[in-house]
Ligand binder design. Structure first.
Ligand code: GLU
Ligand code: MG
Length: 441
């Protein structure tokens, strides 16, 4: 009898850890190593010119970073996350890194440091802390047939991906809250619980990569691009945030004032509304972002503060007061302008810096729009947002406060990328432009 050969088994894979950053293109980048070799002293090399890689995947010309220079990716161990349960893929260990110079000092253009320093400033200068969460919408591009908004069938059509997504996020400690079929064709939304700002932005980065990973593992394709085709429903990235004192008591709620928002919260909101048009290049940084930012899209029609209004740049969210629930700790803001092209660290960092500017100048609470928007009448004078990415860059440049938040090199790199991107997609039809970004995001 022939002897049976023992079947060769695949070697057990060593686990890797991906040391990650995200940049102006808002794509997660980095390097990996064996998890067994990763420790408190680990840092990995990085290249300043990588910051110049735009959404279209190449380093653009005319940036202040060239072929020389070196940085380190310095892991923030508190961000270490293990993502397990994506079918057919090994667990993902991932840690977010700050970009530092080789002497250990902070790099002038590190987007994560940009947010962290804003959070520190908010605490040190104003005694304010905040808890934030990012809400993501995306489209299942592989889905076929009818999509009825919010329907059970749309929910079921995404199974088992939906259940797996919630489980994977929960086990990774990302505290998923809701998973729902949205209004748009084959559009879904995933929300996670609020946490401190840097962790919230880290979570946002993970959510998008996990969604992509999971859909790809099922042979399907998801996109968060702001518009998948002209005339479709937009995909937004909405940022929820409150303002608390250092003991976690709300600083937003004041039932004696319009919108029930305190004077301080009003000043904070006023900074965001005033600088909203200049911030557009940062929160809506893709050419097709401007197809989404239009009236009747439930995205953001103008730069205004709205009471429960889904066309507001900044919305005062509703509270749930059923069964005698206390509204005070619930009342918070939602910044609705953002989309997937915005780096979450930069997006949140600019929201906080704009709010702080409002506090610094003790700005009056802006007009609070109640009820439906009437852009031809009562609300005709509300500030417009830029019409396209090129105008957005001009408005950003002309606002010295907003452009002053960035190192000159980061701003110059940002501008070079966005001008290059606009020039290159502008020659295409709107449908083609949507397609370009649908592939990237
Ligand atoms: N899809 C809308 C957007 O582009 C948001 C709809 C909503 O959830 O209110 O932001
Ligand atoms: Mg939504």
């Amino acid at each position: 009898m022939p002897t049976e050969h023992p079947r060769e088994s695949a070697p057990a894979l060593d686990e890797l850890i991906f040391v990650a950053t995200t940049d102006i293109a808002a794509r997660t980048k980095g390097r990996s190593m064996r998890l067994a070799d990763f420790d408190e002293d680990t840092s990995l090399g990085w290249v300043p010119a990588n910051l110049g890689i735009g959404s279209l995947g190449h380093i653009v010309d005319n940036i202040p970073y060239g072929s020389t220079g070196d940085l380190r990716l310095k892991p923030d161990h508190s961000s270490l996350t293990r993502v397990d349960g994506i079918p057919g893929r090994p667990p993902l260990n991932i840690v977010f890194a700050d970009l530092i110079n080789t002497d250990g000092s902070a790099w002038e253009s590190c987007p994560r440091t940009f947010l962290r320093t804003a959070v520190e400033q908010l605490r040190d200068e104003f005694g304010i802390t905040t808890r934030c969460s990012f809400e993501h919408e995306f489209v299942d591009m592989s889905a076929k047939g009818d999509h009825h908004p919010f329907s059970l069938q749309a929910f079921r059509n995404a199974e088992p991906i939906g259940s797996t997504l919630m489980t994977v996020l929960h086990r990774a400690g990302l505290e998923p809250e809701t998973w729902l079929p949205e209004y748009g064709r084959h559009q879904y939304e995933i929300t996670v619980a609020p946490t401190d700002p840097v962790a919230a932005a880290d979570r946002a980065i993970l959510v998008r990569d996990i969604v992509h990973d999971l859909f790809a593992a099922h042979g399907r394709e998801a996109t968060f691009a702001p518009m998948v085709a002209p005339g479709e429903t937009g995909n937004g990235v909405h940022v929820h945030f409150g303002l608390d004192d250092e003991d976690g008591n709300t600083l937003v709620f004041d039932p004696s004032r319009p919108g029930r928002i305190s004077q301080r919260a009003g000043s904070f909101a006023a900074g965001i509304i005033r600088h909203g048009p200049a911030m557009a290049a940062l929160f809506a940084p893709l050419a097709t972002s401007y197809l989404r930012l239009a009236p009747h899209n439930w995205s953001t029609a103008r730069a205004f503060l709205g009471l429960q209004n889904r066309e507001a740049l900044l919305r005062i969210c509703p509270t749930n007061e059923s069964d005698g629930r206390d509204p005070s700790g619930q009342l918070h803001f939602e910044f609705r302008g953002g989309d997937i092209g915005a780096n979450p660290w930069i997006l949140l960092g600019t929201i906080l810096r704009a709010g702080m500017q409002g506090l610094r100048e003790s700005l009056e609470t802006p007009e609070i729009v109640e009820g439906e928007l009437d852009l031809d009448g009562t609300h005709a004078s509300l500030a417009r947002l830029p019409r396209d990415l090129a105008e957005a860059m001009d408005v950003l440049r002309s606002d010295e406060i907003v452009s002053g938040w960035f190192s000159p090199a980061l701003l110059a790199t940002y501008e070079a990328i966005k001008r290059d991107e606009f020039a290159s997609v502008q020659t295409k039809s709107l449908a083609e432009q949507c397609e370009v970004y649908t592939r990237v995001y």
